[in-house]
Ligand binder design. Structure first.
Ligand SMILES: Cc1cc2nc3c(=O)[nH]c(=O)nc-3n(C[C@H](O)[C@H](O)[C@H](O)COP(=O)(O)O)c2cc1C
Length: 376
C-alpha cells in the first residue's frame, strides 16, 4: 500500500524510543509501565522469548499464507489491535489512526469502553468489523443502553474484561496523579510543554474526552460508572442479552476457562493485561499451555501480553493460541510515526511473521504448532 517502509524504525525497540521522546513523560509512563515492580511485564517478554521453533529445510518451499478465519470472517493476519483506554490522550487522534489501519489491512481492532473516539466513528474506520471491549457498567440500565449502542453500531464481537477486580498498583501513575481523569499539576503541564508536537497536535484535534461514556452522562469520570468485580451471574446476564460473539478477556487460569465455556462464551483471550494488574502472576505464555492442552477445540483460545515482534506472534501461535493481540506496540508506533504508525506496525509484523513461517516451512498459520520445540 502507500507508505514507504521507514528504514529507521524496523524494530519495536526503536519505535518505543522515539515514542518516549515525543509523549509527555507522565503519559509515557502510563503506557509503558506494568505494575508494582514490573516483574510480570518482564516475564511476559522473557518467557515468550524462550520458546523455540524447529525448522524443516529439506522440503517443498511454498509462500506462507497469513490469512486466518475467526468468528466467520477471514482476516489477513493472525493478529489484531488490543483495546486501550485513553488512546487519544497518549497520542492525538490515535484511535482513529489505528482503527483506519486495521480496516485497511483487514485485521481486528478492539474498541475500549474508555477510549477517546465514538464507537460509530471507530467502527466505520475499521471497516464495520471492530470488536467492542466492555467495562462492566454498575447500573443495569447503563449496561443495557451501552450494549444496544454497540449492537446498533454493528460491532460483531463483544469482549468482556474480567481481570480488573482491583485497580493495578502502579506507583508511577499514583505519583503522577494519572487517574480518570488525569490530574493537571504544574509538573504535568511542564512535561506536556516539553513535547511541542504532542501539544500542537492536541490543540489541533481538540482535548480528548471519554467519547463513549460522555454520551451517557455529563461528567465522563471513568471509575464511577463501572463494577469490575465480575461473577457468573453478571456474565450470564450479558450472555443472555448479547446475540453476537462473546469473548472473555483477561483469562489466566483453567478455572476461568471452564467457567467461560460453561457460560456460553465463544472465545477467551488469555491475557494478564500486559502485566499491569498482578505482578505475582504467571506470564501469559506460561498460562496458555495448560489451557490449550485441556480446552483446545472447546472454545476459541486467543492470547495477548508481551508480544513485540513477528517471531513472538509465531511463538504464541505455535504454543496453541488461535489468534493474538498486541497493545503497546501499536501505541509506540503511532506516537513515533503519527498517521503512518498503524500501517507501519502491521506491515512490519506481517513481514517478520511471514519470514519465520517460510524459514521453518509453514504454509498455513496452523502449521506453526508442528514446529514447537517441546521440553519436559
Ligand atoms: C496503556 C494501556 C491501556 C490499556 N487499556 C485497556 C483497556 O481500556 N481495556 C482493556 O481491555 N485492556 C486494556 N489494556 C490491556 C491491553 O488490551 C492488552 O491486554 C495488553 O496491552 C497486551 O500486552 P502488550 O502491551 O504487552 O501487548 C491496556 C494496556 C495498555 C498498555
Amino acid at each position: 500500500m502507500k507508505t514507504s517502509y521507514k528504514n529507521d524504525y524496523l524494530t519495536t525497540t526503536e519505535l518505543r524510543k522515539r515514542a518516549k521522546s515525543k509523549i509527555p513523560k507522565f503519559i509515557f509512563q502510563y503506557l509503558d509501565g506494568g505494575c508494582n515492580d514490573n516483574i510480570n511485564l518482564a516475564k511476559n517478554i522473557k518467557e515468550l522469548g524462550d520458546i523455540e521453533l524447529k525448522p524443516i529445510y529439506i522440503t517443498e518451499h511454498k509462500e506462507a499464507d497469513l490469512k486466518t478465519e475467526l468468528f466467520g470472517h477471514t482476516y489477513d493476519a493472525p493478529f489484531g489491535i488490543a483495546p486501550m483506554g485513553l488512546q487519544g490522550f497518549m497520542w492525538p487522534n490515535a484511535p482513529e489512526i489505528l482503527a483506519k489501519s486495521a480496516g485497511e489491512y483487514n485485521i481486528p481492532f478492539l474498541i475500549s469502553t474508555l477510549t477517546t473516539c465514538t464507537i460509530e466513528r471507530m467502527n466505520e474506520l475499521a471497516g464495520g468489523r471492530a470488536w467492542f471491549q466492555l467495562y462492566h457498567p454498575k447500573e443495569p440500565e447503563l449496561r443495557d443502553k451501552l450494549l444496544k449502542k454497540v449492537e446498533g453500531a454493528g460491532c460483531p464481537v463483544l469482549v468482556l474484561i474480567v481481570d480488573m477486580p482491583t485497580k493495578g498498583y502502579r506507583p508511577w501513575d499514583v505519583r503522577n496523579g494519572f487517574d480518570m481523569p488525569p490530574e493537571i499539576s504544574i509538573r504535568n503541564i511542564l512535561q506536556m510543554m516539553a513535547k511541542p508536537e504532542w501539544v500542537l497536535k492536541t490543540i489541533y484535534h481538540g482535548r480528548p474526552t471519554f467519547a463513549i461514556m460522555k454520551s451517557f452522562k455529563d461528567a465522563a469520570d471513568g471509575h464511577f460508572y463501572f463494577d469490575h468485580k465480575l461473577d457468573e451471574k453478571k456474565i450470564a446476564e450479558i450472555r443472555n442479552k448479547w446475540k453476537g460473539k462473546l469473548v472473555i478477556k483477561g483469562v489466566s487460569s483453567e478455572e476461568d476457562t471452564e467457567t467461560a465455556i460453561k457460560l456460553g462464551a465463544d472465545g477467551i483471550i488469555v491475557s494478564n493485561h500486559g502485566g499491569r494488574q498482578l505482578d505475582v502472576g504467571q506470564s501469559s505464555i506460561a498460562t496458555l499451555g495448560p489451557i490449550v492442552k485441556k480446552y483446545e477445540g472447546k472454545i476459541k483460545i486467543m492470547m495477548d501480553s508481551g508480544m513485540r515482534t513477528g517471531p513472538d506472534i509465531a511463538r504464541s501461535l505455535a504454543s496453541g493460541a488461535e489468534f493474538t493481540f498486541l497493545g503497546r506496540n501499536f501505541m509506540y508506533a503511532v506516537a513515533a510515526l503519527g498517521t503512518h504508525g498503524g500501517e507501519h506496525m502491521i506491515r512490519s509484523l506481517k513481514t517478520q511473521l511471514k519470514q519465520v513461517m517460510e524459514q521453518i516451512s509453514c504454509v498455513q498459520v496452523s502449521d506453526l504448532k508442528n514446529h514447537l520445540v517441546k521440553r519436559d
